[in-house]
Design a protein around this ligand. Sequence first.
Ligand code: GLU
Length: 504
Amino acid sequence: MNPRVRFAPSPTGPLHIGGVRTALYNYLFAKKNNGTLLLRIEDTDQTRFVPGAEEYIVEAFKWLGIEFDEGVGIGGEYGPYKQSERKAMYKPYAEQLVNDGWAYYAFDTPEALDAKRKEAEANKKTFQYDATTRMDMVNSLTLPADEVTRRLESGEPYVVRFKYPANLDIHVFDLVRGEVVINSNLLDDKVLYKSDGMPTYHLANIVDDHTMKITHVIRGEEWLPSAPLHVMLYKAFGWEAPQFAHLPLLLKPDGNGKLSKRDGDRLGFPVFPLQWHDPKSGETSSGYRESGYLPEAVINMLALLGWNPGNDQEMMSMDELIQYFSIDKISKAGAKFSLDKAKWFNHEYIQLKSADDMYPYFEKILKEKGIECNKNYVNSVYELIKDRLNFIGDFWEQANYFFVAPTEYDPQALKKRWKEGTGDKLRVIDSMLQEFKPYDKEKAHDAVMKYIQDNELNMGQVLNSLRIAIVGTARGPELFTMINVIGVEEVHKRVERAIATVEA
Ligand code: GLU
């Protein structure tokens, strides 16, 4: 049977890169095994709904190149794929569990539950609604049947709770962790359904995974504590459970704890794929896209946070990731996020891009600066400076002088390189350069070198002063190649301006 997997985010805010990694592993697994990946929106908790979050999720995956086969915005035969649109479907399942003795109605008020919690706290204990306490509470196990009916019919608020058998060892088989055993006495009777007509995550998730014929549940480790309940729910419904794979946590760079939403802007890197404006707080959080990362780099970096192909290969295209991916190579240990690694991947992916691929990004940067650009010129500039780019936005920092002539000159560089008589020498060189039409890099280089040698000049000083005149400081790519791109006419203007400014 071809596997069916799902990514099931809750639209409670922007998608954390941990969530992106979960979606990526699901995608790689589905593609590798000729399976189907679906996108389901889990929006049962209306109190946590954030406007724009769903659109954000869809846009982020589009940017990253993760495509879904079914789901929200795509359709498919198991829809609707948004839980709020499936609302009516869940109640009969909750009732079925009650009728079969796997669940019960509970009428305890929030105040009564709070009092129980306080009472337990006073005795240095934690209150848990479970096999040891449920018979002291107000529910369909303790009330007479007609009283339960009366309360339900009169519209009294209730919840449906799962009824764990006492002292039962629950075995969860996880494809990453192996077998995990948890005793039911440690678990509380989780709420599955509320009288406002909404299922909780647990019920909706299980009903949907079953009815959508999900074969593998690949999700973050934070859901491992819910897995025993999920296993029990499958048992209670008499359904075959999917296979589970809980992915290791993404850790802070120092390994101390989970990478949180707050860490990104605090530590100087994005934790979200796209920039996010929080509609409630008005806060903006940075995103990989806006920070100048290429989607391929983000995908490659995330793929290796918790998985490896079993050899030392680091650079992998999406097709290669699909080819090499397997759940058994997912590690159990948490994966530390590394900014250096993220930067390294981005640098490497920029090197693989053609000038034409990169042009739209640079065109945007230049337009923002009010600079008219010529594609061929921008492309030649890119070829010269690409190895200096870690991020797309570094383009301006590295290439601005190709577009705007310097008007100021680095004082330290001047002090070191610009001496008495430098202006005269630059004029000589400039006039030599003007003779080469069309410009010939090799010939220009040889002629200038000959001039330096014949006159026994200091090579570093002469070449660097020319560089200062062109760039504004003593940096930039190979001088004669740079002159070729900038053009000798422009070089002439820059030399004259530098002399006028420096020797004024
Ligand atoms: N809605 C859950 C989330 O936000 C899904 C967890 C699961 O995959 O079961 O992550």
